[in-house]
Design a protein around this ligand. Structure first.
Ligand SMILES: C[S@@+](CC[C@H](N)C(=O)[O-])C[C@H]1O[C@@H](n2cnc3c(N)ncnc32)[C@H](O)[C@@H]1O
Length: 253
């Protein structure tokens, strides 16, 4: 039987990798690296660095492939995602079929943790459901960007007894300001927090967390919103990509 390891590698800091992940890295013969096609791809570099740093010996292969791009023009967001997942399932099936022999182990290096806004597990289930490839897979958790954000700002995500919501920029855009208590926002390309500057909210914002380019800004949303937007745009223009996460919290203190 083929074995697949889905290994959470943390959100940018190569030191934020677990002992279990290091052991998993040393079990696989081949690793799949999905190239998103960014010009300055520090994310690929980090994956390579993790392999070089933590794998003993050089007896492993890295297979880098271009990740299919999600189409934008379909009838709905859901159908765009569905189409994209199907393309990825075909790609994963080919990778497992061509690169992992029976009895061998292949690894997918997943940014942060595989359970948080990542489709690798869904795609692997889809590959199994297609029935052309048989394999077992294990999941090794990683430090998420949410944990990295909280640690860098030295903040707990919830105040005593309060709930935490984790959502996307797309969903935050539909929220009512009054509903926001402790909301962690990911995948936000449009500074959606700007919609709420009339509310008494506090923001803890972080970009490129754990990397040499890390930027942290926190403060009352009304006061820091403009600065975050400016710094975010400049950083994105300079590097060609950005990943940022933030906690929005009702400001009761
Ligand atoms: C597709 S999700 C992947 C999340 C990942 N599985 C995790 O556990 O953090 C990508 C989003 O994660 C957040 N993210 C990931 N890495 C980050 C980093 N180093 N700094 C800031 N945000 C990050 C951003 O909100 C980005 O849009």
């Amino acid at each position: 039987m083929k074995q697949i390891l889905v290994i959470g590698i943390g959100a940018g800091n190569p030191e934020q990798i677990t002992v279990e992940a290091i052991k998993a890295l040393n079990r696989a013969e081949v690793f799949f690296i999905l190239d998103k096609g960014y010009a300055d791809d520090d994310l690929l570099h980090l994956r390579r660095e993790i392999c070089e740093r933590y794998i003993e010996g050089e007896d492993y292969r890295l297979v880098q492939v271009r990740d299919p791009r999600r189409q934008e023009g379909g009838p709905s967001y859901q159908s765009n995602v569905e189409h994209w997942h199907e393309q990825r399932a075909v790609l994963f099936e080919q990778l497992i079929g061509n690169e992992v022999r029976d009895g061998e182990t292949g690894g997918f290096l997943v940014w942060g943790d595989p359970a948080l806004y990542d489709s690798t597990l869904r795609i692997l289930d889809r590959v199994l459901a297609r029935g052309r490839e048989a394999f077992q897979y294990e999941v090794i958790p990683g430090i998420t960007s949410v944990q990295a954000l909280a640690a860098q700002h030295r903040v707990t995500l919830n105040r005593i007894g309060e709930p935490i919501q984790i959502t996307t920029g797309r969903r935050l855009a539909q929220a009512q300001g009054a509903d926001i208590e402790n909301v962690v926002v990911m995948l936000d390309a449009h500074c959606t927090f700007e919609r709420f500057i009339d509310q008494d909210l506090y923001i803890y914002w972080g970009a490129y967390l754990g990397t040499a380019d890390e930027v942290l800004i926190s403060g009352p949303l009304k006061q820091v919103s403009e600065r975050i937007k400016r710094i975010r745009e400049a950083a994105r223009a300079r590097k060609g990509w950005i990943m940022d996460t933030y906690l929005l919290r009702r400001d009761v203190e």
